[in-house]
Design a protein around this ligand. Structure first.
Ligand code: ZN
Length: 470
């Protein structure tokens, strides 16, 4: 067994010394990456193109040939963990700060050190050690004849992996993957626990009094009734009018705008289909009726009475879609839904030069305990970058992306991105000090599948206060 003190001794030792990106920053790799991510930001094309910031790690990937710039210390550490049975590996966190944009023609140099090795931790995936590396990247303009000695700092990159021994036990059903434990070729093992979103939500009982409501949901609408005698709207669906007793009515589609009228956060008891804590809200629709539902896309403890919300038909599983609500308003980014196809996963892996078999070979992924291939962390990072600049516009400058992975994203999933502005500092980069007076925004972004959060990210960016979202 490797001793804890011995593990600690690896902290501060190099993980990659004298690293040099195999290719200069170049337009074809940028274009392939943008195509794979579906990122149409014009800032990444044309004569003044910059490289997408979220593409940072791609430049230093060794690709199909292996780990060209790794140090003896890093390989030795991973080897010792392997030998102790911590043979599986997952990427769990990625934190990038962008000091200057990269442009085609620049060559990236990097130095990486082992920052920390955690004591043994038990996670949903199994028991293991988190290994964090910190990389400093510099670049020089090779195309303009600059020398490596002239390289200037462009970014820092912190990356955390979990080297772990998979938990023993039977393979649970696919839906028991829990958030917060990283992406893995291994599913969390052992008995599915209650109250962690491990089961299916209850099925609705459809009868002749409410079938019009469920028909509406199937057609993408939230329908309420209106009495055709006294015009009183009503919800939930009932055979007669509470106001006048008439049984004549018509159905109308709600606009989807509403506000939280009352709400509770459920912590306990924990029904199997729900991941606690979660918000149960009474939403007052613009049309005047109130609907019991869930507010999603916001931490439950941040749901407040009076919060503006918007209807969102959410796919809970393969058979069930429910009318839920998401925060509305200027501080909330529009929802982006991305179908996770096999093509997206493989194209993302190749465009990020990640040839780990679990991202392209379903048979090998299954041999490692996953139900199928799954999305790599560099693609998740790229999609976060795309989501925020789709909203903030091509004039925005991303300063930092810090993300944590939760449940894996498999073919057939749908990734639903939501985001909101959590902090806004005007004139952060002072024009007098060489800045341009734009507003610095901090965004909280979540990309979820039907099984929970796949990626949780904090993004800092500069945006123009005179236009767009800022
Ligand atoms: Zn009536």
């Amino acid at each position: 067994m490797i001793e804890p003190t011995e593990l600690q001794s690896y902290a501060g030792r190099p993980a990659a010394a004298g690293g040099r990106a195999p290719d200069p920053v170049n337009a074809p790799m940028i274009r392939h990456w943008c195509e794979a991510m579906g990122d149409a930001n014009p800032a990444y094309a044309g004569p003044d193109a910059i490289a997408p910031p979220a593409m940072l790690q791609v430049w230093t990937m060794a690709g199909l040939s292996g780990h060209g710039s790794r140090s003896g210390a890093y390989d030795e550490l991973l080897g010792r963990l392997d030998a102790d049975g911590y043979a599986s590996v997952v990427a769990t966190d990625c934190e990038q700060e962008y000091l200057a944009p990269l442009r085609p023609g620049q060559r990236v140099l990097f130095e990486s050190e082992i920052e920390t090795v955690s004591p043994e931790k038990t996670t949903a995936l199994g028991t293991g050690h988190f290994v964090t590396t910190r990389t400093e990247l510099r670049a020089y303009d090779e195309a303009a004849g600059e020398k490596p000695e002239e390289a200037r700092p462009v970014a820092t990159h912190r990356f955390r992996i979990l080297k772990f021994r998979p938990a023993a036990g039977e393979q649970p059903p696919r839906r028991s993957a829990e958030p917060g434990a990283g992406q893995s070729a291994r599913q969390p093992t052992g008995q599915p626990k209650r109250g962690h979103g491990t089961g299916l939500r209850p099925r609705p009982v459809v009868n002749r009094d409410n079938e019009g409501f469920w028909q509406g949901v199937a057609e993408g609408e939230l329908r309420f009734q209106r009495c055709t005698d006294c015009a009183t709207p009503r919800f939930p669906w009932l055979p007669g009018c509470n106001a006048c007793g008439s049984d004549a009515w018509s159905a109308e589609a709600a606009s989807g705008e509403g506000t939280v009228y009352s709400q509770v956060v459920v912590h306990h008891p924990l029904p199997a289909a729900f991941a606690a804590p979660y918000s149960v809200a009474l939403v007052e629709l613009a049309e005047g009726v109130r609907v019991v539902s869930n507010v999603v896309g916001l931490a439950p403890d941040q749901v407040r009475i009076g919060l503006p919300v918007r209807l969102s038909l959410e796919r809970c599983d393969d058979e069930l879609t429910l009318p839920l609500f998401r925060p509305a308003g200027p501080d909330h980014l529009p929802v982006l839904r991305i179908p996770v196809t096999r093509t997206l996963i493989v194209a993302g892996a190749i465009a990020t030069r990640d040839y780990q078999d679990v991202h392209h070979d379903a048979e090998l992924a299954r041999a490692k305990g996953a139900p199928d291939v799954f999305m790599n962390i560099l693609t998740s990072n790229g999609l976060v970058g795309r989501y925020v600049t789709d909203w903030a516009g091509s004039g925005a400058t991303i300063l930092r992306i810090a993300l944590r992975l939760g449940v894996p994203a498999y073919p057939g999933d749908e990734l639903t991105f939501t985001g909101r502005v959590v902090d806004r500092v005007p004139g952060r980069s002072d024009p007098g000090a060489g800045g341009d007076g734009r507003t610095e925004l901090t965004l909280a972004v979540v990309g979820s599948t039907a099984r929970g959060a796949h990626v949780t990210a904090e993004v800092r960016l500069l945006a123009d206060p005179s236009g767009g979202p800022a």
